[in-house]
Write a new protein. Structure first.
Length: 367
């Protein structure tokens, strides 16, 4: 099979979907890899590094799409790229289609099979390909939030850790999945006062034990969320419903009650965001203000650490890419129900319930 690696064109997206070492594994398995010129440059991988691995460096993006049977990306294709697909091609990437109605319709019209990293399940029902970027995004969220709490950035002028005689800033983490747990780790490490809110009490018990009472844990009720958000200097939105739009757990009315100069980092923005005031932003224009509260809602946060992100992503996706290339899509998804859950679009049909529900479209099971 021919695997195509296009250059990412989303704003400030420097990750690449496959490292030269990853490509070498595919070549050893008998496949061909075609990469767009400078696709890996932003992550520290030159065209020569791919050539030395035995990869063909194409003349253009269009050439990659023309040759490849399987297109492997990092982020969802931009609408300008959708015209390059041909019927029967397979796309393997992060999609987050529940918040992207136009792209959903474009992929249906393209008559391709689109497999989303974020909805593929492991045998234990975890989300293996969402985990590495969620770990990175959660850790980045606190660093970024701490930066925007500075007065120069429009924040409250707080040092997250405080100093002797001055209390630390309060970080409220909404959700205790991979993003939330990663955010808690960094916030505690930076010396903040931390409150984490989650529906799963067993998860809260785990975190309470892990941090030995150094964090506050709260069951996710409306009153608990309101108290934590109003008191917080930094709110991390880490709510996830796999494949579906994120629930709005922070209303506009609640944002109005927050302290002027406080910060929201909504990592759930890829799935529509968990705050009513969330709207997608970019690395070139990352922040906006609503009712005196700074909102950071960049949809590709891990793109600002592309070398780390690319290595972490390839570590996780490569075994799946090898299987798709070696077995073909039909056989691979029949033999692995977890991989089948990653199929969001197939043969002009929506095959992910969450995506269909989000856009009021018909759902058709994969098998």
């Amino acid at each position: 099979m021919i695997i195509g690696v296009p250059k990412e064109i989303k704003d400030y997206e420097y990750r690449v979907s496959l490292t030269p070492d990853g490509a070498r594994v595919l070549l050893q398995a008998g496949h061909r890899v075609v990469v767009e010129p400078s696709a890996g440059q932003g992550s520290g991988f030159s065209d020569d590094a791919y050539r030395q691995a035995g990869v063909q460096v194409a003349g253009s993006k269009a050439e990659v799409f023309q040759q490849a049977d399987l297109i492997v990306k990092v982020k969802e294709p931009q609408l300008s790229e959708c015209a390059l697909f041909r019927p029967g091609q397979v796309l393997f990437t992060y999609l987050h289609l529940a918040s992207l109605p136009d792209l959903t319709k474009a992929l249906v019209a393209a008559d391709i099979t689109a497999i989303a990293y974020e909805t593929v399940e492991a045998r234990d029902h975890s989300l293996p390909m969402l985990r590495p970027m969620s770990e990175i995004a959660g850790r980045l969220a606190v660093q970024i939030g701490a930066h925007y709490l500075g007065t120069v950035q429009g924040g409250r002028g707080l040092l997250l850790a405080g100093v002797p005689g001055v209390p630390p800033a309060h970080v409220a983490v909404l959700g205790a999945g991979v993003v939330g747990t990663s955010a808690v780790r960094i916030a505690v490490g930076m010396g903040a006062r931390v409150t984490v809110i989650n529906l799963d009490l067993d998860r809260l018990r785990f975190l309470d034990d892990l941090y030995g009472g150094r964090i506050a844990t709260c069951a996710a009720t409306a009153s608990a969320i309101e108290r934590a958000v109003v008191e917080a200097d930094l709110v991390i939105g880490a709510v996830l419903v796999p494949g579906a739009r994120a629930p709005k757990v922070v209303s506009r009315a609640l944002v109005k009650k927050m302290k002027p100069g406080s910060v929201i980092v909504d990592v759930a923005v890829d799935q529509g965001g968990c705050c009513e005031t969330t709207r997608p932003t970019t690395h070139s224009d990352p922040v906006y203000v609503v009712d005196g509260v700074l909102h950071y809602c960049v949809t590709n946060m891990p793109g600002i650490v592309p070398h780390t992100s690319t290595l972490a992503l390839t570590n996780t996706t490569l075994p799946y890419i090898v299987r798709l290339a070696s077995e073909g899509v039909e056989k691979a998804i029949r033999s692995d129900p977890g991989l089948a859950k990653g199929v969001n679009v197939m043969n002009g049909r929506i095959t992910c319930q969450g995506v269909a529900d989000a856009h009021g479209l018909r759902f058709t099971p994969v098998m």
